[in-house]
Write a protein that binds this ligand. Structure first.
Ligand code: SIN
Length: 350
């Protein structure tokens, strides 16, 4: 008799549990091992992810894909709401919004990070990378680790590096081939001290303007030119307001994906794992995609506008490098030996 009661109790508990799981999740038919682990949490997590670029750019597409993957991997229990085009904040405001808990994720360009953590200036040294392969090696090796550790000390948790591509130079005054061609011109840059100094070193001037105000500043003649990746130049229409573009590849525009560390700690481990897994997949996907997209945008700009495009030669590149070399010494004390040694090792690997 006692045995029979135990069996009946067991069956009742089993049926109730099955109902509980079934009604508790958005898609009960896909109840997986992960779902079972989070039974009883019954809390949906929503993360606001703010960024400043267009949706059809490497970062825009990666953010949207990341949101989709996270939702898929968590059965809808973690929702990433993506806010593109700076609709919530401009690039610097995003850092404060993250700190204040108004958004949970951002993916600022390295140059924007320098304002919060000057060690990141290293990524703004001109002609630091001569290939995408080297950039990738930096992200994935000790350089990446040191940079993430450094930004963590400023109160941001870094999840990944995302790519955009090399920056190119556009302007409305003359073709830019050698450093003297920029004399007297005013360029828009992101708010990184090294970028201002770069232009000053070759006799030009630079000013910071929010990314989403650059188009108007070019149109109204407030600035003569700007530097950006092909996908940004295309998606924001900068090429429509410029007469000359030089393919210089003088700086790399990459991103670090940051999450609010306090929010991260509140996430159950099972969701943290799903987020990291999604991030890894998206990062690999977007690396390849960013390169393709920038190539495609160059073609579109070439075909769809009258902008005059000039490709810098190796010899010209050497002249620019020499002219800008003093910047490396200027920023050595700020960047620190540890990081610079890692870069030196990277150069030696090639
Ligand atoms: C970005 O790609 O996030 C913005 C770049 C810029 O401000 O030029």
């Amino acid at each position: 008799m006692k045995g029979l009661i135990s069996i009946i109790t067991f069956l009742i508990v089993g049926i109730l549990t099955a109902f509980y799981i079934g009604f508790g999740f958005p898609d009960a038919t896909e109840s997986t091992a992960v779902d079972v682990e989070i039974v009883g949490l019954h809390e949906k997590f929503t993360l606001k992810f703010s960024h400043v670029v267009a949706e059809n750019t490497p970062k825009g597409l990666a953010a949207a894909y990341f949101a989709e993957l996270v939702s898929e991997k968590t059965g809808g229990w973690v929702e990433i709401q993506v806010y593109p085009n700076g609709v919530l904040y401009d690039a610097q405001e995003e850092f404060d919004a993250l700190k204040n808990g108004e958004v949970q994720m951002i993916a600022p360009a390295f140059s924007e990070v320098t304002v919060r953590d000057p060690k990141w200036i290293v990524m703004d040294l001109p002609y630091l990378f001569d290939s995408e392969a080297k950039v990738e090696q930096a992200f994935e090796g000790s350089v990446g680790e040191l940079l993430l550790k450094s930004i963590e000390r400023e109160g941001f948790k870094g999840l990944a590096f995302w790519d955009n591509g090399f920056k190119q130079l556009t302007n409305n005054v003359r073709p830019i081939i050698l450093p003297e061609d920029v004399h007297g011109l005013l360029f828009r840059v992101m708010p990184s001290e090294a970028l201002f100094k770069t232009y000053q070193t070759v006799g030009a001037a630079a000013v910071t303007i929010s990314f989403n105000d650059v188009y108007n500043a070019l149109r109204d003649g407030v600035i003569d030119g700007q530097e950006n990746t092909l996908s940004n130049i295309y998606s924001k229409g900068f090429y429509q307001q410029q007469q000359y573009m030089t393919i210089t590849n003088h700086n790399y525009l990459g991103y670090v994906v940051l999450i609010d560390p306090e929010f991260w700690r509140t996430l159950p481990e099972v969701y943290q794992s799903s987020i990291l897994e999604a991030m890894e997949e998206v990062t690999a996907w977007q690396r390849h995609h960013a390169r393709e997209l920038n190539k495609e945008m160059l073609e579109r700009i070439a075909v769809g506008s009258n902008i005059e495009i000039y490709e810098q030669t190796e010899e010209e590149r050497a002249v620019w490098r020499k002219a800008l070399k003093p910047l490396y010494d200027v920023y050595e004390p700020i960047i620190g030996k540890e990081l610079l040694d890692e870069f030196a090792k990277l150069q030696n690997d090639y």
